[in-house]
Structures are given as structure tokens and as C-alpha cells.
Ligand binder design. Structure first.
Ligand code: BT5
Length: 295
């Protein structure tokens, strides 16, 4: 490599936030690595082979939008778009996902060979994967059906699944995860932060890699054995088991209520109510003993 080429790469790395000392006649010295989920930092930490292409790492609008554009352009399964902050982070049903610096925002592109009906439980698999991934930092998250990862009842991470399907086959699935690692300034209401519960500080690249490895493992188990393959792992972390809950639809109307008996082999939430057992495929769950404003 020519000197000019090296200088160009060094300039690009400095632009990303790397601290690099240059001494004429001696060479370069790496002084500081930016605390960002940059592909260059995340890739060496990954153990899963699923993630073959990492993109982004800085601020963006929404990693789900970025990944969806790449999905439509034909990108293969195994793409992951990373961001350090988002200006248009989205939750489900048009809700906002607060995405300040100090969090990790990731969207992965999956192309599972499955019918569209088998796609929604993937949100549970992804949430489980995130929980298992961050357990390596000494945290023990719980799962709130369908897509929340909690610690002490507050939301550590959320999952947003978006998909395109043909009549009998999913074409692509973009699974977006927002994970709060540490607060940057004001705390988000009812948010939990990984570093508040971890053994030590967590670099954002390490958080991203843990999440990606966890998601890959849960996804592969779901592909291999369906929801029954991850059901025990999901149930053992469920924050809802045995709790009295109310389920509402997108319009806010109550669709069912009762005591949570568990999650069935299709990933549905099973409630025991006055009229017997009811399985729910979608909805917003609120604990009865909490205020209705808690998610
Ligand atoms: C979710 O929605 O939990 C899915 C969040 C997915 C975000 C990721 S980030 C990467 C990718 N790119 C995107 O644009 N999105 C995905 P939902 O279940 O609808 O929860 C949304 C609710 O969570 C909001 O209405 C708030 O009450 C709360 N909330 C917003 N930001 C939060 C945060 N940072 N931490 C905890 N709770 C938050």
C-alpha cells in the first residue's frame, strides 16, 4: 500500500472518531477507539457466522428504513444495519422509539423460508435472543410478550418486525432492535439501561455484538424447530407468567383478559379467563395491577 493510500485510510478512521497519532519517519499509533457500534469494531467480536455484512455505525434516520431499502434492493440474509442514534426511530403502531446516543440501534435482514403466518413469532425469538445475548454482561432480563425485554419492570430493549410476503412465502423480514445501554442526558420514561445492571461498563460495539449473536442463535433455533424449539427459554424468562393482564388491540379496545397461563407452541399468549383458556396472537399487554399507561 502506498503512503498516500495509508494516509487516506487514516484520515477516514479519524473522521469516524479514531484517535491516531502520526509521527513523520516513524508511523502511526492508535490512541483511542470511538465508543460506537461501528462495523469495524463489532465484526471481530461476533461468534455467529450469520452476519455477513455490517453497515452503518453512526447516526441515521431509522435502521429499519435503511435495512428495508437494502432488502428491496435484493440484499441477502445476514445484513445488519447498526446505528449510534436515530432521528426517526420507530416503535410498533407508529409509536416513537427514543434513540439518543448511548443506545444501540440495529436492524437485521432475514429471508426465512417460511409462510407469512410463521413470521410474527420471530419477534419473540428476537426478543429472547437479545435477552440471552446481554446476559453475558451479568444482566438477567425478563421478557414481556410479545416484544419487550425488561429489567426490573422497565424496558431495556424493544423489537420491531417488518416484513414483505408473497401469498405463501415470506420474502424478507427486517427485525429492528433498540437497546438502551446508558442514558445520555435525560432518561427515557420507563426505560432501563444495560450499564445500570451490568457488572462493568459496556462498550456499544460489545453490546451490539452480544445482541447480534443472541439473535442469530434464537433465529436459527426457531428455523430448525419452530417456536417449540425456543419455548422453554422464552417461558423461563417471561415477566408475565401467572400475572393478571389485560390485552388491547391497536385501537385500545380490550380483546381479552385473565391470568397468563403461558405461551403456546405457536408463540401465542395463553390467558385463563372466566370463559376458559384463550390464545392471543397480537396485542398490547398491560398488567392489571399497574396503571394503564405502562407499556
Ligand atoms: C418497540 O415498540 O418496542 C419497538 C422498538 C424498536 C426500535 C428499533 S431501533 C432499531 C430499529 N429502527 C427503528 O426505527 N426501530 C427499530 P413498542 O412496543 O411500540 O414500544 C414503543 C414504546 O416504548 C413507546 O411508545 C414508549 O412508551 C417506549 N419507548 C420509546 N423509546 C424507548 C426507549 N428508548 N427505551 C424504552 N422505552 C421506550
Amino acid at each position: 500500500m502506498s503512503r498516500a493510500a495509508v494516509a487516506k485510510h487514516v484520515a477516514a478512521l479519524r473522521h469516524l472518531g479514531y484517535g491516531i497519532d502520526a509521527r513523520p519517519g516513524e508511523g502511526y499509533r492508535l490512541l483511542a477507539v470511538p465508543d460506537l457500534p461501528l462495523p469495524e469494531e463489532v465484526a471481530p467480536l461476533l461468534t455467529s457466522r450469520l452476519w455477513t455484512r455490517l453497515e452503518g455505525g453512526g447516526p441515521t434516520g431509522s435502521t429499519n428504513d435503511d435495512a428495508k431499502a437494502l432488502a428491496r434492493a435484493g440484499a441477502p440474509e445476514g445484513l445488519a444495519v447498526l446505528a449510534s442514534a436515530q432521528t426517526r426511530g420507530r416503535g410498533r403502531l407508529g409509536r416513537r422509539w427514543e434513540s439518543p446516543p448511548g443506545g444501540v440501534y440495529v436492524s437485521v435482514l432475514l429471508r426465512p423460508q417460511m409462510s407469512p403466518a410463521d413470521v410474527p413469532p420471530l419477534a419473540l425469538a428476537v426478543a429472547l435472543g437479545v435477552a440471552r445475548g446481554v446476559e453475558r454482561f451479568g444482566v438477567s432480563p425478563t421478557l414481556k410478550w410479545p416484544n419487550d425485554v425488561l429489567t426490573d419492570g422497565d424496558k431495556l430493549a424493544g423489537v420491531l418486525l417488518e416484513t414483505a410476503a408473497e401469498a405463501d412465502r415470506a420474502e424478507w423480514v427486517v427485525a429492528g432492535v433498540g437497546l438502551n445501554v446508558r442514558p445520555a442526558g435525560a432518561r427515557v420514561a420507563h426505560a432501563a439501561y444495560l450499564e445500570d445492571h451490568a457488572r462493568s461498563s459496556v462498550p456499544l460495539a460489545a453490546a451490539a455484538a452480544a445482541m447480534l449473536d443472541g439473535v442469530a442463535e434464537a433465529y436459527e433455533r426457531y428455523l430448525g424447530a419452530g417456536f417449540p424449539g425456543i419455548r422453554d427459554a422464552y417461558e423461563s424468562r417471561s415477566a408475565l407468567s401467572g400475572r393478571e393482564v389485560v390485552v388491547r388491540d391497536a385501537a385500545g379496545d380490550v380483546t381479552s383478559s385473565g391470568r397468563v397461563a403461558g405461551v403456546d407452541g405457536s408463540g401465542r399468549l395463553v390467558l385463563e379467563g372466566p370463559g376458559g383458556r384463550v390464545a392471543t396472537t397480537a396485542g398490547e399487554v398491560t398488567l392489571r395491577e399497574e396503571g394503564a399507561d405502562r407499556t
